[in-house]
Design a binder for this molecule. Sequence first.
Ligand SMILES: [Zn+2]
Length: 223
Amino acid sequence: MTKSKIFQHNTFTTLSGGFYEGTISLAEALKHGAAGIGTLDTANGEVTIWDGIAYHGDAQNHVRQVEADETLPYVALVDHQALKTFTDSSSQPSEEFLSNVVAQFPTENTAYTIVIKGHFKSMTISSKPANNTRPYAEILADQPYFTRENVAGTLVGIWAPEHLSDLFGAGFHLHFISDDKQFSAHTQSFITEDVTVEFGQIAQIEQEFPTDNTSFNQKKILT
Ligand SMILES: [Zn+2]
């Protein structure tokens, strides 16, 4: 069976547990893959990596390319190898659409890489402000949401089963980049129009921690 791989620097839980200091440069991260998700130093905004280019969507809904020397406190890069590909031209809200994707996973206990490309009737994204010091849940509670109608683009990310939630978060973690590269951040919800879905089974995880970083070594990660 075709296998996908994932590289993570830190985990979803080190980020959500309050460690926001950028500890890997984009240049270093890109050695591990050309597609993925993350955030910048201070948990600033949302990073979407596609075709080897990292895009930053900020809390003002502006998108720019991330520079090679900018740092990230959390990033996941996937070597996405499609196990299954299918198209769907129905109009469905994301909750329903994604539960149908999960129903097609052939196994229960591994994570999956996800790429969904095409046209969306609607796409709603969120992004965090810069310079965060508050607990993660507080940041998310008042972060801005942005919606675009009739947008073409790519959703990229992962799905993880409950038992891997400390590593990846539970369920779907998807980021969006529009084809015009003007609309990008963390995906909250969408309505499909005409999309191609690919998923790949994650058979290998390379998990890295910034063990030379004093604040990482001393900070108590809260869960
Ligand atoms: Zn995200």
